[in-house]
Design a protein around this ligand. Structure first.
Ligand code: SDX
Length: 430
């Protein structure tokens, strides 16, 4: 993998650092020995120029707007496959054969029930708890219910824990939703596909039969595919760092959920919809565009911008198409929020400020409108993101754990605090 070396001059010393090439994308300079050779660290707080690992799972080209899962373009996977096919691909590296797909679907379907005691676990929450708080707690609590799949040194237990999380996230997400609206939990049904099962667990009530709308189920399944993995984003990096200490997989995924909750990351879909609601009408857009440009105003256009995509987020294009499909299916013709979103996007994409800063709509811009139309409350949007991203977190965690060279992640720092000083007794402090 080492292609050649590059030289770095530090004071009067020149050191050679290995350069490693990937299959596609930027090469890396291996600085593993920099501190030993120079006594200096590199400094990159936002990791804008830092590769934290080697991975074969997902590739993003931010300039070209490319997203590949194991080499397959996201557009083709979203168009032709279902979410569990992408789960299999992300976990095992190849598209499943018909037999492999049937077996995988069967195994996931038969892990969808949660331990009955978890129902009582939920009773401890306030009804108005944010569903993401419930998800962080309940996924973390899975390590208190599923002791037989927490030994990460056992490949079989790692597989069982992985299947349990992929299978049970929809059930826990639906339970968080039902609990927040005071409706009874709905058990999964094994004769439904993954996403139809989730929709039924969310929207069915004991008083009548619930018929899954196949157009909505297909649209949500596609939304899950779009959110399944995304290279070394903040929550995935959190899962990898937590996993590097040997923490059990349930605890690692709970840490990922906690990180995803932030409005700069997965919480942006909830924040984007709240922003559209705050803007309210297309006439108010110029005021908010001005706020977004104002250096002294912390306001940002939620759903715009990305650390990697400096071109259009390929997922946003598919999300926009799915949004229109869902609104048409539901007969929602003149959604004022969609009018604001479309006009906001048009203005932002023609405004020199946003063009210069390469601020394009990201995946979170249209997802909120779509999920709201489907009947999900705003505070459930990031829960759905976490549901879909669970397979990405698990796939990245699995890749890290199976790496023979894996060791605990432990970054250093640039210390700018006080040098050593002597303790001042209380009597001498003024
Ligand atoms: C996700 O990493 C992933 O892959 C994440 C994700 C995934 O699938 O896992 O893709 C999911 O998190 C998508 C992003 C969702 N977040 C939002 O929509 C929140 C709004 N966006 C911003 O907060 C911001 O764009 C980030 C956090 C997404 C990216 O931040 P960066 O790369 O650190 O960029 P930055 O904050 O340094 O901004 C660069 C410039 C700044 O101006 P200057 O200081 O250079 O003058 O662009 C400006 C920012 O002020 N800017 C914005 C803006 N985003 C950046 N100005 C107005 N509105 C915005 N949304």
């Amino acid at each position: 993998m080492t292609a050649h070396t590059t030289s770095l001059k530090v004071d009067d010393k020149v050191i050679d650092l290995p350069v490693k090439e990937g299959t596609i994308g930027p090469a890396v300079v291996d600085i593993g020995k920099l501190y030993a050779q120079t006594g200096m660290f590199t400094y990159d707080p936002g990791f804008t120029s830092t590769a934290a690992c080697e991975s074969k799972i997902t590739y993003i080209d931010g300039d070209e707007g490319v997203l590949l899962y194991r080499g397959y373009p996201i557009e083709q996977l979203a168009e032709h496959g279902d979410f569990l096919e992408s789960c299999y691909l992300l976990l095992y590296g190849e598209l499943p054969t018909p037999t492999q797909k049937a077996d995988f679907d069967y195994r996931v379907t038969r892990h969808t029930m949660v331990h009955e005691q978890m129902m009582r676990f939920f009773q401890g929450f306030r009804r108005d708890a944010h569903p993401m708080a419930v998800m962080v707690a309940s996924v973390g609590a899975m390590s208190a219910f599923y002791h037989d799949s927490t030994d990460i040194s056992d490949p079989y237990q790692r597989m069982v824990a992985s299947m349990r999380m992929i299978a049970k996230m929809p059930t826990l997400a639906a339970m968080a939703f039902k609990y927040s609206i005071g409706q009874p939990f709905v058990y999964p049904k094994n004769d439904l596909d993954y996403t139809s099962n989730f929709l039924r667990m969310c929207f069915a009530v004991p008083c009548e039969e619930y018929k899954v709308n196949p157009v909505l189920s297909r649209a949500l399944d596609r939304i899950f595919i779009l959110h399944a993995d995304h290279e070394q984003n903040a929550s995935t990096s959190t899962v990898r760092l937590a996993g590097s200490s040997g923490a059990n997989p349930f605890a690692c995924i709970a840490a990922g959920i906690a990180c995803l909750w932030g409005p700069a990351h997965g919480g942006a879909n909830e924040a984007a919809l709240q922003m559209l609601q705050e803007i309210g009408h297309v006439d108010n857009i110029p005021k908010y565009i001005a706020k977004a440009k104002d250096k002294n105003d912390p306001f940002r256009l939620m759903g715009f911008g990305h650390r990697v995509y400096k071109n259009y987020d390929p997922r946003a294009k598919i999300m926009q198409k799915t949004c229109h499909e869902v609104l048409n299916e539901l007969g929602i013709k003149d959604d004022p929020l969609l009018d604001v979103a479309v006009e906001l996007e048009r203005i932002a994409l023609s405004d020199p400020y946003f063009i210069e800063k390469k601020l394009y709509p990201n995946i979170d811009f249209y997802s909120g409108i779509t999920l709201k139309a489907m009947g999900f409350p705003t505070d459930m949007f990031t829960v759905l993101f976490a549901l879909a991203r669970t397979v990405g977190w698990i796939g990245q965690w699995k890749e890290m754990i199976e790496d023979p060279g894996q060791r605990i992640g432990r970054p250093r720092q640039l210390y700018t605090g006080e040098p050593r000083r002597e303790y001042t007794p209380m009597a001498q402090r003024r």
